[in-house]
Design a binder for this molecule. Structure first.
Ligand SMILES: *Cc1c(COP(=O)(O)O)cnc(C)c1O
Length: 501
């Protein structure tokens, strides 16, 4: 069979290996790297059911990463999915009522970002060695809250790397912020920016595209890469847990081989749901991919009208990791549905950058008919947390609650009783202010008057669920990073860290 190579969404010129794509992070033409084809699951699920998480992750990832030897990839997987996770299942599937919550937050920083970021440093350092790059890798990352901490934690003190994280000032939860600014490690740098996540991500992409600056950094033996889901090294590990959850459903005798399932994903930058789409392309029997948005509902509009319009004010919601108007990974879906025609894709994204809008034709709409989308307001999100807690005594975070709410909408509108997995993307303890408000019966209690870190204890008290290890003592940890800059100063911040000018 032909071997997978990687190319940019925006041109056909460059063909590179999976290792090179992981090292570079984003293509020089501003496009995202994609595999030349999606490999097929050529094993019956009866075999996959017997595998544990690591074996299954190897089976899935090796298909996308043919340049890694079996030994190299197994090494990465074993280092990543180890005791950092508080359960041997790594990504447990929990039955609640008639639904299945795929708990992706059992890693080192209590969000689903750990699923990919605990392996990325190993994939990256292995790729650097294999491609013979002789430079120090500088990870530049924009975060809506969870990627930042997960990337800092995983790259902390990794030899041959530095990591710089930019987050929107007041655009993340207090717990998320505190997790980042208390990060240890001599190679970690954190900076709040004036602006929102889109501003941070756009500036990071601009720094990547700045050839002059890149050359100056190269002279000092630095090379940039990305820990955002624009890096295929983030995307591929995520495909594994969808395949794994199907195998677990079979193992639980909830479905029979070949039965289709729905997958609900609370969505921001479109990385997690794209991984589910790739899993489906590999042959996972999926009926609907349900894209759940908060009030920043660009994707809801897109799936329902075919028009992507980012010309609106970004709202700060209680699901901050989804406060995004420019969903980077949508570009990979568009590439697929426009017939892998890079020239056409480039025109659409040129429209987007010049006018803020692009629209797709009926033929392309036809190709996304297996997506369904809805959105939840903050009030509906709080109500969803309360409902799940009261009905099932099960605690979910604000992002997962958006997923649950949208799934209920879907059920109401369609009556579809296909077995459904809801991706549970963060521990409820990362968003204690909102979650306590939802589950507390004490009407005189106003979470706004209480220190958010004390709320962690309060939430634990009310629900009798222990505070997850990574979040214990977060309020008393020493603050190590106190940086703030405007968007136009982000490049200078990088230059200062690297001692460029
Ligand atoms: C990042 C994040 C999301 C959104 O995931 P995307 O891959 O960006 O769509 C949802 N929920 C939580 C808790 C997150 O951290």
């Amino acid at each position: 069979m032909e071997k997978i190579y990687y190319k940019s969404t925006r041109s056909d010129k460059e063909k590179i290996t999976s290792c090179e794509a992981i090292v570079k992070g984003i293509a020089d033409d501003g496009g995202l790297y994609i595999p030349s084809f999606i490999p097929i699951l050529n094993k019956p699920f009866s075999k996959l059911v017997k595998m544990d998480y690591r074996q299954l992750a190897f089976f899935v990832m090796h298909k996308f990463l043919p340049d890694f030897s079996e030994e190299e990839l197994k090494f990465c997987i074993e280092r990543a999915y180890d005791k950092k996770f508080d359960t041997q299942d790594i990504a447990p599937l929990v039955k609640i009522g008639d639904m299945f919550f795929l708990e992706l937050y059992h890693g080192a920083t209590a969000s689903f970002k750990d699923m990919a970021l605990s392996i990325l440093p190993y994939l990256l350092t292995t790729s650097v060695r294999k491609t013979g790059v002789d430079k120090e890798i500088v990870i530049l990352t924009a975060t809506s809250g969870d990627t930042g901490k997960a990337a800092l934690e995983s790259f902390s003190d990794v030899e041959g790397t530095k990591i710089i994280v930019f987050y929107p000032d007041r655009g993340v939860s207090l717990v998320q912020e505190r997790q980042m600014i208390t990060q240890e490690g001599s190679n970690t740098f954190v900076c709040a920016i004036e602006g929102n996540f889109d501003d941070a991500q756009t500036q990071v992409k601009n720094i990547f595209a700045d050839k002059v600056f890149g050359k100056m950094c190269a002279e000092k033996k630095y090379m940039f890469s990305s820990a955002n889901s624009i890096n295929v090294g983030r995307l591929i590990p995520q495909v594994a847990y969808y395949i794994n959850s199907y195998a677990r459903l079979l193992g639980m005798n909830e479905i029979e081989q070949g039965d289709r399932i729905n997958i609900v994903v609370p969505t921001g930058n479109f990385g997690n749901i794209l991984a589910a789409y790739y899993a489906r392309a590999m042959g996972l029997p999926v009926n609907k991919l349900i894209c759940a948005a908060n009030e920043n509902n660009v994707l809801y509009d897109f799936f329902n009208t075919g028009v992507y319009n980012r010309l609106r004010q970004l709202k700060l919601t209680i699901s901050p990791s989804m406060d995004i108007l420019i969903s980077s990974n949508l570009e990979r879906l568009i590439y697929d549905i426009c017939g892998m025609d890079s020239a056409r894709l480039k025109r659409l994204f040129a429209d987007l950058s010049s006018t803020g809008i692009f629209s797709i034709d009926d033929k392309m709409m036809e190709k996304i008919k297996d997506f369904w989308s809805g959105f939840a307001t903050d009030a509906q999100t709080i109500e969803a947390i309360r409902e799940v807690y009261k009905k099932y005594n099960y605690l979910i975070d604000t992002h997962t609650a958006v997923g649950y709410y949208v799934y209920k909408q879907y059920l109401n509108e369609t009556g579809d009783n296909t077995k459904t997995i809801i991706a549970s993307t963060a521990s409820p303890f990362k968003f204690p202010a909102s979650v306590v408000k939802a589950v507390s019966d004490d009407s005189s209690f106003n979470p706004e008057n209480v220190n958010e870190f004390e709320l962690l204890e309060k939430l634990s008290e009310i629900t009798e669920v222990p505070v997850p290890e990574p979040l214990r003592d977060i309020g008393t940890k020493k603050i190590l990073h106190r940086n703030f800059c405007r968007q136009d100063e982000m490049k200078d911040f990088v230059a200062k860290v690297l001692d460029i000018y």
